[in-house]
Ligand binder design. Sequence first.
Ligand code: AMP
Length: 603
Amino acid sequence: MSTFQELGLNDDLLHAITDLGFTKPSEVQEKAIPILLESETDLVALAQTGTGKTAAFGFPMLEKIDVDSRTTQGLILSPTRELCLQITNEMKQYGKYCKGLNVVAIYGGSSITDQAREVKRGAQIIVATPGRMKDMISRRLVDISKIQYSVLDEADEMLNMGFKEDITDILSHTPDDKNTWLFSATMPREVATIAKKFMHNPQEITVGNKNESTSTVSHEYYLVNARDRYQALKRLSDANPDIFSVVFCRTKRDTQKVAEQLIEDGYSAGALHGDLSQNQRDLVMTSFRKKQIQMLVATDVAARGIDVDDITHVINYQLPDEIETYTHRSGRTGRAGKTGVSMVIVSKSEVRKIKSIERIIKRQFEKKDIPDGMEICEVQLMSLANKIHNTEVNHEIDKYLTSINELFEDSTKDELIKKFFSVEFTRFYNYYNKSKNLNIAEGSFDRGDRREGGRDFGGSKNSTRYFINVGGKDGFDWMKLKDFLKEQLQLGRDDVFKVEVKDSFSFFNTENELKEKVLAFFTDFKHEGRFVNVEVSENRGGGGRRDGKRGGGRRDDRRGNSGNKSERRRSGDFKSNSDRSRRSESNSKSSGSHMSRPRRSRR
Ligand code: AMP
C-alpha cells in the first residue's frame, strides 16, 4: 500500500490531503494516480461511487493544469447537478493551496449568465452536466477548444440518462489530442462503444470486478406477499432504530405515496423524485444530509449523484427493471470504507430476479425473515435503554429531584425502571402485539404471482373480482392489462391483482375499497375507439364469466349496461375513494401513529 507522497503528488496537494484527513490512498487512487501523473494517456476506470474516484482523477488534473493561465484546460462531465456540485466542491478542497485555481460548475436550473460570468473570469477547470454545457457551447459562452483533459464521470449513468448525443456534441468541440479519462461503475455495451469512439488505446483499471458490488455492502432479501410490502418496510425500519437510508421505488407516484405514508405513520421520511421542483429537491436533500430525514424515498433518476457517505441501508422497496440499476442503488451505501446493507423486499413473482442479480454483482444474497413484532419490541426497548444509558444528565432536573423522589418513595429500582420504560414500550407493544407473520415460504403461492393459466383466481372477503371486456385479442397479456389498469385508474403496483386474461375478456381483482372507483371510472370509458366495460364478476371463482357472449362487449357501440350499472351510477367521487383506499392500505396507520413518538424521541 503506497502513501500519497509515494504516488508522486506535489506539496500543495499533499497539504490539502492532510487537511482533509485522508491517511492513505483508496484502491482506485492507488491505481489511477500514478498512471495519470506519469503519462499522457486515455484511461478507462471501472469504479463505483464512494471509492474515492473524484480524487483519483482530480489530483492528477490539478497537478497537471497550469494555474497561471486563465485558459480552460480541464472539463469534467457528470450526469447530475448534485454530482456536478459535489465534484466542484471536492476539486476546490483538493486544490485549495493551488494559488489562482478557479473551478466552475455549470449545470441546469441555475442562472446561465452567472455561470458564464464565472467562466469568463478564467476557469481552468469546468465541471458540467451535459445539457447545460451543450447549451453554453452553442451560445458561445464557453470555449473548450484548448482543453487538455476531459473526464466522463459516471459514464454509464450519463448514457442511461440519454446524454449520448450531448456528450458526442460537446467532445466534438475539444481538441483531438486531449486525454480522456472515463469513470464508470458498470461497463454496458454503450459505455464500451463510447470508449472506443473517443479514446486512443486507453489504459484500463478495475476496482473490484466489472459490475460487481462493493465488498463493504451485504445483500439481503425478504420474501413477502406483494400486499404486505409497506408493512415489511416499516418493520425493517423499526428493527433498525438508527437507520439512515434510501428507499428506492420504481415510479414517481409510488415514491410519493410511500413517503407520504411513512410521514403519516410518524417516520422521519422525505420524497425525492422528478415531479418535485429543484427547490423542493434541494430542501429534501439538505434535510437528509443533516440527518433530519432518516428515510429518503427516491426514484433511481432522482437519487443519482446522492453524495451522502453514512447511509446505513439501501432498501429496494421494489426491484428495478434493469439489473445494473441495482448496482447503482446498492452503491449508495458502504461508501468511504464504511459498511452498509442493501435490502430487497420481494414478492414471490420477483424472487427469480434475485438469482440474476447475484450472477451480475457476483455476491450472494442472504434470505432473511422480516422480524416479528416481539423481536422489534425488544430491539426498540434495548435501543431506548442504550440511549438512556448514554444520555448526559441535565442538571436542571436537580431542583425537582426532591419532589420526584417523594413521588417514587415506595418504588423499588426495578419497579421504577419498568414503569419508566413502559411509557415508550407499551406503545410499541400494543402496536406489534398479535401482529401477523409477514414472511412467506419460497414455495408458497403469492397473489402477485398468479397469472394466466393459474388457478384459484376467485375474489376473497376483502377483494372484489371484476370482469372486463378486453383480452388477448386486444393485445393484452396479464402484465399489460395490469399496467393498463394501474395507469388508467392511477393505482399503485400492488392494487390490481389476480389478473387473468382470456381471449376476448379478462378478470382482475382489487381490494373492496377500490370497487366504487373502478366501476365509476369505467363508465363511458373508451379505449382505442371502443367502450371498455367493467362489471363485478358474480362468480367469485372466476369461471362463471367464461361464456363467449361476454365478448359481445367488443362491439364498438356497446355501452356499460350490466346489472351493476345503477351501482356504478351511485358510485362516489374518485378522491374520496382513493383517499379511503389509501387509508386502508396500511390499516395500521392509526396504530402506526403510536410509533411516531418513540421514533421521534430517538432523534
Ligand atoms: P467519491 O468516490 O469520489 O465520491 O468519494 C467518496 C468519499 O470518500 C468522499 O467523501 C471523499 O471525500 C472520500 N475520500 C476520497 N478519497 C479518500 C481517501 N483516500 N481516504 C478517505 N476518504 C476519501
